[in-house]
Structures are given as structure tokens and as C-alpha cells.
Design a protein around this ligand. Structure first.
Ligand code: S3P
Length: 182
């Protein structure tokens, strides 16, 4: 297994902030699939959803993930829906160690709705949509990950330390399975 780390998890779990810090600690390059998508599209996530629809956004997401299969020394933060496609889930495993960054629903909801940059939650009743999406995706994160890390109540620094320790111990024991969740 290479040293790449792939962060998955629901909107608001902190994939980008934690990923950036993890990359700094590991001396890896930090990549964010949403940023790769917007750079290639020349428009924001909101703009892509509005102009092209979710399906085309998902196609763009798969294109960017495919490009990273041979990348090395990266920490990749993915969009919350990157696990929806079976193809993506397989690609993520090929890219690196897949870590599910989780937190309790209230924390996720507060963080996910802090900015207006998440078109899926720009609806009349965002909490209902949030609950439905979260419930449908939890099994996919579980299925897609090698490690689960619950960051509820932890600072960014504590989360980064915890993830580094979890990676270290899973590599030592060779237990890269959801059962080694921390
Ligand atoms: C999405 C999550 C977003 C972004 C897009 C769709 C999702 O990324 O990819 O708005 O389907 O959960 P974040 O998880 O970084 O917010």
C-alpha cells in the first residue's frame, strides 16, 4: 500500500481542513476533488449544479478521481457524494488508504450549512434533506472505508493526531478493515 490518504465523509465533517493539515504533517501534497472539478470546469460547484445538473457534476467527479489513480504522496479530500458510485469507491481504494471522517449529525449539519456553497442543502427544509442524505450514505461510507475516525468534540489538531495514530497502528497490524475503526 502506498502512503496516500483519501478522506471520505459527509458534508461538514472537515475533510478539507483536516486533509490540509494531514498533508502538512506527512509532507504530502494536498488535493481536494471539488477544487479539481471547479478548476477544470471554470465555475463553482453551485454553478455546475445549476448549469449542468447533479449527474454531470458526478461525471466530472469520476473524471477527476480517475486521474489520481497513479498519484503518489497525496492526501485527497473528496466531496461527500464521491462514494455514491461503485466505480468511485473502487478508484478511491486504488488511490490510497480510505479514511471515513465522521462526526455526530448536529455537528455535521451546523458545519455543512454554515456556507451557501452546498447546492444539495440549498432547499426549503435543509435538515430533512440532510437527514435523508446522511441515512442513505452512512452504509456507503462504511463500505468504502478502511478506517473510520469519529471526530465529534475533537479539535482539528486532536483529529489529525488521532488519524495519524490510527493509520500507524493499522499499518503495523495490517488491519485495514472497518473493524479497526477508532
Ligand atoms: C456533495 C458534497 C460537496 C460537493 C457537492 C456535493 C455531496 O463536497 O462535492 O456539493 O453530494 O455530498 P463537501 O463534502 O466537501 O461539502
Amino acid at each position: 500500500m502506498n502512503s496516500n490518504i483519501v478522506l471520505i465523509g459527509f458534508m461538514g465533517c472537515g475533510k478539507s481542513s483536516i486533509g490540509r493539515r494531514l498533508a502538512g504533517r506527512l509532507g504530502h501534497e494536498f488535493l481536494d476533488s471539488d477544487e479539481l472539478i471547479t478548476a477544470r470546469a471554470g465555475k463553482s460547484i453551485t454553478g455546475i449544479f445549476a448549469d449542468e445538473g447533479e449527474e454531470q457534476f458526478r461525471n466530472r467527479e469520476t473524471v477527476e478521481l480517475r486521474e489520481l489513480i497513479d498519484a503518489s504522496r497525496i492526501v485527497l479530500a473528496t466531496g461527500g457524494g464521491a462514494v455514491l458510485r461503485e466505480e468511485n469507491r473502487q478508484i478511491l481504494h486504488r488511490i490510497g488508504t480510505v479514511i471515513w471522517l465522521h462526526a455526530d449529525p448536529d455537528t455535521l449539519f451546523t458545519r455543512a450549512t454554515r456556507s451557501r456553497k452546498r447546492p444539495l442543502l440549498e432547499v426549503e427544509n435543509p435538515r430533512t434533506t440532510f437527514n435523508t442524505l446522511l441515512e442513505s450514505r452512512l452504509p456507503l461510507y462504511q463500505q468504502a472505508c478502511s478506517l473510520k475516525f469519529d471526530a465529534t468534540g475533537l479539535s482539528h489538531d486532536q483529529t489529525v493526531e488521532g488519524i495519524l495514530q490510527a493509520i500507524e497502528s493499522s499499518r503495523k497490524t495490517g488491519q485495514g478493515t472497518p473493524e479497526s475503526s477508532v
